[in-house]
Design a protein around this ligand. Structure first.
Ligand SMILES: [Zn+2]
Length: 257
């Protein structure tokens, strides 16, 4: 299994990080991806990746951290991609839910990071919350510009229609804990049915978005096995098969060989 989106660097894990990584490995997780959210935490992320062969990272500025950036932030993002374990630009995008940063600034920081990804030939990890209508025109034109890499819609939470449009342009769909919720979840189940198996990436977004029966608790990579069980149930394929497929999808997407 591959947890393609886990914030293992956050202080929520400071007391038991090694234990959590071990528990995930014992559950069958072989690969992990830590997305970057700001320049100041990159040293910690890189340390974790250097201590653990199976953990990789992405370099990027989260839209909620885009308001007060140092003037040479873009160079910082580029500098971190030189590390051998950096496999993507992310997580980047737009967030009109938290409203931590003016929309115009979010668009500018997002656009610049898409350009960096295209220049460096890296895929992107997309964060989109209440901002799809503004984000999709920018992202879809980036996808069409022929640089050969795509992105993953992390914690995808639009509808079936947007999922299909994204997959048609080569995007991957990040499936996490909310897809296991039991109540009022028809929209997500419809998305899961519609997305082809080779377009799904498994993720936790830990410490957030725990799957059932851990909803409301701190999330951790080993819980993604519960989400994977939901994926196999909806897709009508065995757990082993969906494990193999989503792991291959992640390795292929991030070009980990
Ligand atoms: Zn995240």
């Amino acid at each position: 299994m591959f947890d393609t989106h886990c914030h293992l660097d956050l202080s929520d894990f400071d007391l038991d990080r090694d234990e959590i990584i071990l528990r995930a490995k014992n559950t069958g997780f072989q690969y992990f991806m830590i997305p970057g959210i700001e320049l100041s935490s990159m040293t910690k992320i890189i340390d974790i990746c250097e201590q653990n062969d199976e953990i990789y990272f992405a370099s990027g500025i989260h839209p909620n951290n885009a308001a007060d950036l140092v003037s040479n932030w873009a160079e910082g993002v580029i500098e971190n991609t030189k590390h051998t374990k950096c496999k993507a630009i992310g997580e980047i995008g737009m967030d009109y839910y938290r409203e931590y940063c003016p929309h115009e600034k979010q668009r500018e920081v997002f656009g610049m990071q898409l350009e960096i990804a295209a220049d460096l030939g890296l895929p992107v990890i997309i964060h989109c919350r209440n901002a799809y209508d503004d984000l999709w025109p920018i992202l879809s034109s980036w996808l069409k510009n022929g640089h050969g890499r795509t992105g993953v819609f992390h914690a995808f939470d639009e509808t079936y229609t947007e999922a299909i449009a994204a997959v048609e342009l080569g995007m991957k769909i990040g499936i996490g804990g909310p897809y296991t919720y039991k109540k009022k979840n028809e929209r997500r189940i419809e998305i899961l049915k519609a997305v082809p198996p080779d377009s799904i990436l498994l993720e936790t977004d830990c410490p957030y978005l725990s799957p059932i029966p851990h909803r409301g608790e701190r999330n951790e990579p080993s819980y993604a096995a519960l989400t994977l069980a939901k994926i196999s149930e909806v897709k009508g394929i065995s757990f082993e098969e969906s494990d193999k497929q989503t792991t291959e999808n992640g390795l292929d997407f991030f070009r980990i060989f």
